[in-house]
Design a binder for this molecule. Sequence first.
Ligand code: NAP
Length: 280
Amino acid sequence: MEKLILDGNKVANAVKERLKERIFKLKEQGVTPSLVTILVGDDPSSATYVRMKGNACARLGIDSQKIHLPAETTTEQLLDAIYGLNEDKNVHGILLQHPVPGHIDERKAFEAIALEKDVDGVTSWGYGQTALGFGIFPSCTPAAIMKILEHYDISVSGKHAVVIGRSPILGKPVSALLLNENATVTTCHSYTKNLPEILKMADIVVAAVGKPNFVKGEWLKEGTVVLDAGYNEGNIGDVDYDSCFEKASAITPVPGGVGPVTISMLLKHTVDSAERTLQI
Ligand code: NAP
């Protein structure tokens, strides 16, 4: 069977290429798309993600500002920072890097982000609208997974998609997006009893577990499409790539799969948001 490696860099480049003209037009009208990332504390992986996002913005001519708050920041101080950005007309997207230190009420902080600037779909309004099928900004990783499927012309309609994970930014919204595209969706989690049997029935598998090499090829049926959202220490996905590659008809590698497309979706949402300010 011919194998298709779903090349995230290729998909991300196509997304970014299409943004260039839109950014140029916005600038002609005096608007520079602008993303603010907020990092609380000194988690090295989070700092790397924030830096990667900033660099990606710079390469496309999107303004990016990083707000780095100390680990001892209180929920109230974080909320104040977010409220200030909500008011700032020059800011089009606000991204609070997850996770924040444990003493902060992360949910409360996410909810403080203005819906029209919630470019990573973290607010309950944003999530709810995505689930109902009219969200403006779905979470970036779920949006990236759908973009990869679209780019490679892999239809999900009528297919059985099994999502492993039900986090608010990944498993749940990607399940909703797949359902909106007429997939039959099973969402699995840590209480799911017979995961390998469920996976045997999957036409499409989305791994969003946060456990390195978790999904084994022997659990999959021949010809499954595998999307690995996992990103664990040492650039390792949630899918055991070699054994899953044997079974899959199409598979995302890690690195170079879902990750780069996620960043390109963040850029796209920031540009979408900037354009919306001109339409009001
Ligand atoms: P998370 O919040 O830790 O959620 C993990 C999910 O996996 C939970 O729903 C959990 O179930 C489920 N799970 C844990 N053990 C399981 C098991 N043995 N069987 C079935 N389900 C199990 O993680 P996340 O934020 O969604 O991230 C998931 C992965 O994606 C991580 O590797 C993360 O690094 C990666 N990620 C990648 C990107 C990207 O751009 N590529 C972006 C964000 C995250 P319960 O709900 O029952 O606990």
